[in-house]
Design a protein. Structure first.
Length: 116
């Protein structure tokens, strides 16, 4: 935490103190053949307009690749950052970083790439 004091020369010695906090962002780089995926938001409403409560929502099966590992000697990385992918319902490991939920999984757990 840093403190900054700014003085206004035309108003004498009165000034204001600002508290400046530095937040370290966490960078996640998957290893080997793993990918980091940001799941798509779950559906809020049905087609008929019924609002789905949080407890009844299904896990999304689609997401965006945020980061990829370097691959292994046996398997090269086909996925790249920004790809929209489909994955299995129970694939990967959930992790939460700075309030955002991600999935990390092996490239082989990804079922398909959605092309636009």
């Amino acid at each position: 935490m840093f403190y900054a004091l700014s003085l206004m020369p035309d108003k004498g010695l009165c000034g204001e103190i600002q508290i400046i906090q530095n937040y370290k962002t966490m960078n996640i780089k998957p290893l080997a053949d793993r990918v980091l995926i940001l799941p798509a938001a779950a559906e809020e409403k049905t087609i008929g307009g019924i609002i789905i409560p949080d407890t009844a929502k299904e896990k999304p099966l689609k997401g965006e690749v945020i980061a990829v590992g370097g691959g292994t000697k046996d398997e090269t990385m086909v996925l790249k950052k920004g790809d929209q992918v489909l994955y299995g319902k129970y694939s990967g490991t959930e992790l939460e970083v700075e309030g955002t939920k991600y999935l990390i999984m092996r490239q082989s757990d990804v079922l398909a790439v959605v092309e636009k």
